[in-house]
Design a protein around this ligand. Structure first.
Ligand SMILES: *[C@@H]1O[C@H](CO)[C@@H](O)[C@H](O)[C@H]1NC(C)=O
Ligand SMILES: *[C@@H]1O[C@H](CO)[C@@H](O)[C@H](O)[C@H]1NC(C)=O
Ligand SMILES: *[C@@H]1O[C@H](CO)[C@@H](O)[C@H](O)[C@H]1NC(C)=O
Ligand SMILES: *[C@@H]1O[C@H](CO)[C@@H](O)[C@H](O)[C@H]1NC(C)=O
Ligand SMILES: *[C@@H]1O[C@H](CO)[C@@H](O)[C@H](O)[C@H]1NC(C)=O
Ligand SMILES: *[C@@H]1O[C@H](CO)[C@@H](O)[C@H](O)[C@H]1NC(C)=O
Ligand SMILES: *[C@@H]1O[C@H](CO)[C@@H](O)[C@H](O)[C@H]1NC(C)=O
Length: 343
């Protein structure tokens, strides 16, 4: 049986402090550390520490393609020599670079994806560490998605066709309840094909009918390509069936009337943009906004110059005051005439 000892542990057991290879880190021209995009400038850093008096005789990089067990030497640094770049790195790195700890990749390429091992050899001992390098071909922008809402039938259709993505993405897709912030369904891709050049072609089509969703009022389709092991994700958040709409009973003006435009949301409520016109009885006059509009689920004045909370109302106060005044005058006239008649 072969026991695999970590270099750190070995050094500790021997009671000597030799080279410690702590990790490999990535840095790209866009300052990302978890993946590189195809064609980006990127560098891989082998972070190690040596003991005093310990000298490094070589830094070798091995690469293992995804799904393969074979490790292939792809880059070697030796003191006082130009680094040697082979295989996937041949012609694609800065060979004038003399820093033993780093590979400078002029253009990241999807072929470079895989598991890397940096092996540091010193006059004392050897140490190594591993790293998963992701190179992403970012082929699926927002324009691969199309959506269509048929307002007559309240049928929402979404489709996606993406060609040339790499590596193979996972789907993070489903109907999402915006109110509770939870996924209600999980939607896989319809088809994922491997193309000749090893990139992927992915399709998805789905139709949603309002009758299946009437018990929710704020739902969206959240659909993303995800590449596991990285923070990369691409996709859309699309509000399904449009807006819920406004209260079918708009604010009452008091002693007056209103009429409402006909547009209905998929939930049979007044739709965004619907208008309510107010008018008052002949004996009253309208105060506040004359027209309310359905905006973001609320009835608000159509004119932006008015406060959002302003509501139309039919004012009877002035008429009442006049009536009261007339009443007072008539009462005093009666009293006056009574007094006169007494005299
Ligand atoms: C990357 O980081 C460097 C240093 O912090 C900064 O100068 C540069 O503008 C950054 N580049 C991008 C693309 O964010
Ligand atoms: C990698 O190792 C260096 C020390 O060699 C340390 O400073 C750094 O935080 C480590 N990075 C990660 C991502 O672990
Ligand atoms: C791979 O092939 C597809 C389809 O022919 C093409 O659209 C895409 O650009 C190619 N991608 C690369 C990285 O060569
Ligand atoms: C629906 O949810 C989104 C996201 O949480 C929120 O921004 C929006 O205001 C909500 N709409 C309504 C009408 O509640
Ligand atoms: C004013 O109009 C409302 C609604 O049409 C009605 O119910 C009310 O009787 C009217 N009042 C007067 C004083 O005309
Ligand atoms: C609705 O009210 C507005 C303003 O009062 C009026 O101009 C319009 O003709 C009314 N429409 C209908 C269909 O009654
Ligand atoms: C829309 O309405 C929702 C819920 O009523 C609210 O949370 C959100 O802030 C509103 N958005 C805007 C832009 O007014």
């Amino acid at each position: 049986m072969r026991v695999h000892w970590s270099p750190v542990l070995l050094a500790w057991m021997r009671g000597t402090s030799g080279v410690i290879v702590s990790n490999i880190t990535l840095m790209t021209e866009s300052n990302r550390t978890d993946y590189a995009l195809q064609n980006e400038v990127a560098s891989l850093h082998c972070n190690y520490q040596t003991a005093q008096d310990e000298t490094v005789s070589s830094v070798r990089w091995e690469w293992k393609r995804r799904g393969s067990e074979e490790r292939i030497e792809v880059y070697v640094w030796r003191p006082n020599r130009r680094p040697v770049a082979k295989e996937i790195f041949f012609g694609r790195t800065e060979i004038s670079n003399s820093d033993p700890t780093v590979i400078i990749i002029r253009q990241a390429h999807m072929e470079m994806e895989g598991n890397y091992r940096c092996v540091v050899q010193t006059n004392e001992m050897q140490g190594y560490t591993d790293f998963q390098f992701y190179v992403i071909v970012d082929a699926c922008q927002d324009n691969v998605w199309t959506t269509h809402l048929d307002m007559d039938t309240c049928t929402d259709t979404i489709s996606m066709h993406c060609v040339g993505l790499f590596p193979k993405p996972a789907s993070s897709c489903g109907v999402y309840n915006e109110d509770t912030r939870t996924f209600l369904t999980n939607l896989p891709f319809d088809r994922v094909l491997t193309l000749r050049n090893h990139t992927y072609e992915i399709t998805l089509t789905n139709t949603f009918l309002i009758r299946d969703w009437t018990s929710y009022t704020n739902i969206s389709l959240r659909c993303f390509f995800v590449i596991e092991g990285t923070s990369w994700r691409r996709g859309i958040v699309y509000k399904l069936f449009g807006d819920y709409g406004c209260d079918p009973v708009p604010p009452s003006p008091g002693p007056g009337t209103f009429n409402m435009s006909e547009e209905k949301s998929c939930w049979s409520r007044p739709r965004e943009g619907a208008l309510v016109h107010y008018s008052c009885n002949s004996t009253t006059s309208l105060r506040g906004p004359e027209t309310l509009v359905c905006r973001n689920g609320s009835w608000v004045p159509e004119l932006n110059s008015l406060s959002r909370n302003a509501k139309p109302y039919c004012n009877v106060a002035s008429r009442l005051a006049v009536n009261l005044l007339l009443g007072l005058i008539s009462v005093s006239v009666v009293i006056g005439s009574n007094l006169l008649s007494k005299l």
